[in-house]
Design a binder for this molecule. Sequence first.
Ligand code: ZN
Length: 455
Amino acid sequence: AWTLSETHPQLTHLCIYPVCKIEVPERLTVSHEALIKTGLADRCISVPVREATDADILLVHRSVLMSTKSPHLFTLQYGDVYFHPNIYHCAKLAAGAALQLVDSVMTGKVRNGMALVRPPGHHSMRSAASGFCVFNNVAIAAQYAKQQYGVKRVLIVDWDVHHGQGVQYCFEDDPSVLYFSWHRYEHQKFWPQLKESDYNSVGKEKGAGFNINVPWNKVGMKNSDYLSVFCHILLPVAYEFSPDLVLVCAGFDSAIGDPEGEMCASPDIFAHLTHLLMNLAGGKLCAVLEGGYNLTSLPQSVCQTVQTLLGDPAPRPANLDGPCESALESLHCVRSAHRQVSANVASNCWPQSEMTFIFTASSNNSLLLSPAELPTSDVTTKRIKLAEEEEDKLKKVEEEKNAEEEVWPEPPKRVAPAVRTALVLPNDVACPDGCKRFSSSEDPVIVNKLRLHFS
Ligand SMILES: [Zn+2]
């Protein structure tokens, strides 16, 4: 496994206009520093970045041109995309980094990996940037893998707390790409407030059944909710689909403490989510950073993911008390919607009986969602609204937020890889690289343990 850290000065200093309070350069620097501090960076192979070429970008987007001459105008036009003279170069680097990762995994240079990039990509559409995203890094990576390596089936798992509508639009009629996304939805009240983010958008035409949306209609979802959805929705379909490559829209705004997500899953849940995906596609997994705006839970979550990609055992999952009622409702709706699609993968592999037990309390479909009083389809974003408010009102909101800030424990210490081999060497033979020599005179306890273990 390896990590890709953006050392390019332009990316580190990617500035924003007007000033964006959350999609900040520190997101990358704190993540990278945490990987170094925990020793994980040393265990990874670092791969240099490249810019995505025009041909790469045109795999998904209608045009490679984005004017940066009038940044303010474009910010308003696209909504939550902050243009800076550097952004075009940075966005090409972010997409290129995802492609370098795909190259490294597909050629067998590494088994899996993670690309730490800014700007993120999953909201970006064919001809419009959206929600901090310029180019759709993961969608480009999927198309590139198909074209460059003849990959037949790609699974895209979007565990970011927002719906990656750009990815959905790109592949909704394509049965060779299975897109799974869970996202804060609150009955269409949460950005991007789209009807098509709901559970009944299952894909179109040939792609029917290959788009899975799990809407979270409440905030505060926990580890149990995430694991339930993985086990009862995603994994059975993913195994049936049998992808040749797994791409993860790895947004960590779905972790505790995030101002966008407001969820309660602990950072170590990402160890489990990663682990559960690593048995697919012969282990070929590329995670590409998307969101994640709490500068404490983001680096913790990144480390949990990378350590799992390196093959270390996952920590014991904490606080597993079963999914909450709202999560169960979503689960049930997703499965019902997919069962109605003919010839899709999902309806073949979700056992009917197993869920009936869990859903006895809420098995009537009509009881579940009441999308009354939905907001109009006026797509806007929280950030833009904030920008229009007066300065002191903003300050007040910030102060309130700080006061309510969540506190959670450090993720538990994880088991380091075990010693796998012991050898008895003659005294005059040098110790091979990466090995440690113990002698019975200096380390009697260790040597005795080894004797017992290997006798
Ligand atoms: Zn997000």
